[in-house]
Every structure is written in C-alpha cells, then in structure tokens.
Design a protein around this ligand. Sequence first.
Ligand code: G4P
Length: 531
Amino acid sequence: MKYVNEINKRRTFAIISHPDAGKTTLTEKLLLFGGAIQTAGAVKSNKIKKHATSDFMEIERQRGISVATSVMSFEYQGILVNLLDTPGHKDFAEDTYRTLTAVDSVILVIDSVNGVEPQTRRLMEVCRMRDTPVIVFINKMDRDGKNRFDLLEEIEKELKISLHPMTWPINSGKDFKGVYNLPEKNLLLFTANTKAEEEDMIRIGDLSEAALDDKLGEKDAAILREDVELIDGVYGTLNEHEYLAGKIAPVFFGSAINNFGVKEMLDNFIRIAPTPRSRETTTRLVDVYEDRFSGFIFKIHANLDPRHRDRIAFLRVCSGKFERNKYFRHVRLNKEVRFSNPYTFLARDKDVIEEAYPGDVVGLFDTGSFKIGDTLTEGENFYFTGIPSFSPEIFKEVVNKDPMKTKQLEKGLLQLTDEGVAQLFTQYGGNKKIIGCVGELQFEVIQYRLLQEYGASVQFNSVPFYKACWITSADQKKLEEFTRFKSSNIAMDKDGHLVYLAQSEWFLNTERNNNPDIEFHFTSEIHKETV
Ligand code: G4P
C-alpha cells in the first residue's frame, strides 16, 4: 500500500458519444477548467469528415491529432485527471472499445436534439459489458430538443441503464433559462454566448421562495417546482454505490459550447468518479494497491514520420510504480525490457517521465515488440483479461502488386495489424492473406500506409465473407474434421487460432446447427487462455 495517496488522487476516464454530439467541445471546456489549455479552439476535432474518406491528408491530419490528444492530463481541485481520447469516426470503433478497457469510468455525451444514436448504443454496450460507471451529459440544451422526461425515458430504455438527474433544465432552445442543481438546491441562470459565472448562481433554500418567480417568471417557476417534486419523489438521492457498480448513471444537462452546466458536472465527477480499480488477469486479481508494478498495452500508434518505423505503445499502469530505466518483464516475449524515454501526456506537451502510478497512461517508444494486450510486470507471468478483439465486418483479399516488395508487405501487414487497425487472416492450407476491418475507411488507410511506410503496393479484392468466428471444440477430432471439410472457409488468425469465415448468416446458422460440438465465438477476447 505504498502508493495509496498517488492512486486515490487519480481519475482516469474517457468521453464517448455519437459523432457531433459535442465530445470535442466538452473536452475543451474540461481542459480549460483544468488549466491545461488557455484558449477556446485549442482542441481540434479528430473527426474525419464524411466527405473526406479519400482525402489522405485528412487521414494524416487525424492521425496527428489523435497522437497529440490521445491522453490529456490535468489537475483540478487537487485531483489528477487523465482523459483518454477516443476516435470520432465509426470505422475506428475498435480503437475506442480498447481504450475503454484502459479507463475506470466514462462520460457519455448525448445530443438533446437527436437523443440516443447508433454509436451511443454500441459504446454503451461495451460499458455495460464491463460495468463501467457512466455519467451522462445531455448537451445542446440551447437548441430545441426533445422533452426532457421523454429523453430520459428514451435513454433508459435504449441504453438499458437507470438514470439519476443531478441537474434539471428550465426549458430548452431559445427559452432555455438554466439548470437547477437538485442536490445543491441552487439555480444556474443561462445567458446565451456568455460564460456562466458564480454571480449567475442563485441559492434557493426553498423552492417556494419568491426569488424563483422573479428570475424565471411565474410560469416556468411553477413548472420547475412541479418537476422537482416529481423527480425528488421518483429518484431520491443518488446511490453512489450503484453508480460505481455501473447500474445508475447520474445525468447533467447543459450546453458545452456555452460552457454551461459543465462545471457542475466536473465538480461531481471529481467527487464521485472511481479511483483506479483492481483488475482481473489470467491468473489472479491484481489489487490496484499492491506494490509490485503491472500494466498493459491497450493502443499502439505508428509514428507520423514515415522514415522512422518506431511506434508509440500506450501502457495503462494497473498496480505499483512504473519507473524510467527500470527492467520490467515483457510477459509474451519472456524478456526483461526497460524504457529510457517513457513519456507522459500533459495536454499538448509530451514530457519524459521518471515514474507513473495506477491510472496513468505512459507512452513507450516501440520498434515492433508490442502487440495490443501485452503485459509488463515485475516478474510475474499473467495477462490482463477483457481486452476485446472484435469480429470484423468487411473482408478483402490482399493482392501484392509488386512482387519485389513481398518481404516489406509481410512486415507491413504484421505491424499494422499489431496496431489493431485491422485483423489479418491467412487462408487455411494456403497463403492467401485476408484483411478484416470494421469499416471501409480502414482499407484506404492500410493501402496508403503500406505504400508510404513500407514501400509495398497492394490492391484489395472483395471476398464474399460477412463474419469471422473463432472456432474451438472440446473434441479435437471434430474440430479437425470440420476444418478439413470447410477448408475454403477456414483461416488462421495471427496467433494461429482457427477462424471460420461465414458467407452469410444462413451459412453460419446452418453450420452451427449441424456442428453442435463446435463453438463459434464472435468476439475473441485477447488472452482468454491461461498462460
Ligand atoms: P464531436 O466531437 O462529438 O463530434 O462534436 P463537436 O464537439 O465537434 O461538436 C459538434 C458540433 O456541435 C459543432 O458544430 C459544435 O460547435 C456544436 N456544439 C457543441 N456543443 C454545443 C452546444 O452546447 N450547443 C450547440 N448549439 N452546438 C454545440 P459544428 O458546426 O459541426 O462545428 P464548428 O464549426 O462549430 O466547430
């Protein structure tokens, strides 16, 4: 328990949302509060705009921004906040899912006009799988949004989580007057285009006070009184244990662009968000407070300079103390490794660090020795579990256009897929390489990077597969039979695991029905097996 103070002052989280709900804007406001940036507009959106799918400068720009903003750390009220960025584009959803394994909680931004959107749903599914505590920020209250009660009902129903309003809005759109802070019993008044200041806050001992009518007008004051009575009756006070267990999500209303309602959320976040948590591994639970160091790689990012192959591996510290130049065990390679230039991400600057604690993310220069899911320890052999490897949805065969560059191509494919941008399959009994991705854009990125970084020129041909399923069986003979019989649909993943590539749902269902001894897995979790 040597590092208890360091651990308890840390909060590591991510902001998630459907694109355009306001994640970038909210991030920027939080950084302003944390003093990590001084001016608005300093945080660039890492979205790839829809029309820019063929614009490689846009991809490069996006990669640049996402390295720079991968982790943003700042101090607020004595708490060290690590905010992990997630890509905005849906084709990079896998990256987001993995980043969610490295955080202890999330803030979910919902656009009050659009409500729950497809990406919101998918992201929340991942959070629910891991019981990640969630705080909801309902944004854009300055626009005519959905009825607030309907919106809460929609979120609860669609995202299968119970909500607990912490602030309550008075109207929306041009009639938006502010939010009432339910536990604090004060009113924050909204004036468009001006930052809410302390003096815009009115303390209300009792909602029947006449001051409420003066500030809001009789009609809105009456509605607020009615709403609050209803909410108090239904929700009572927030059960923080249920929030920490991922069962109840506190909700805040506001407008990120106007920096309105953001501070209320941040203050509560600091108070209730979980400190770094203990984590499961393949052999035992690693207690966050134990003294021996452990951590895992959740993201790998290529260096932007194509002349240098080095990459940045992002390590989440899970226990103990990470130290510069100290030898740690790289479990998969069974090797002792040390890092002379590990760096931390304090807003825009990358600084070499001497030490890091649970909850921190450290950037490690890597020349190809890391894969997603790799573990570093002080000697013990285990892997952290729960890092998902998602089933790709689009498959293409890699066609080498320049046989002189075969070696470079193979190396490039291995390294790029180590980064987790795509999955590589090799046809069973053959040499055909198939790439599986979650989105079309990934293929363009891979083609472009293979050429730029490895000098390998490729073309992608469509193959008629729709899903990859990892197959296992307790009966080795049955598995071998199935593999032989279905060989044109079987491939190996990079780790030599068998994968069945289904042409359609019908084929998949038929095979599952006909082969009850074979298990079909849709999301192969990295490090399921015990070492
Ligand atoms: P994202 O990262 O979740 O994709 O969203 P982002 O913050 O980039 O916000 C998407 C758009 O919504 C931006 O407008 C942003 O200015 C706007 N926005 C964010 N918060 C609010 C809010 O509270 N109220 C209103 N009315 N708008 C908000 P844009 O036109 O796409 O970009 P920009 O030109 O303003 O940068």
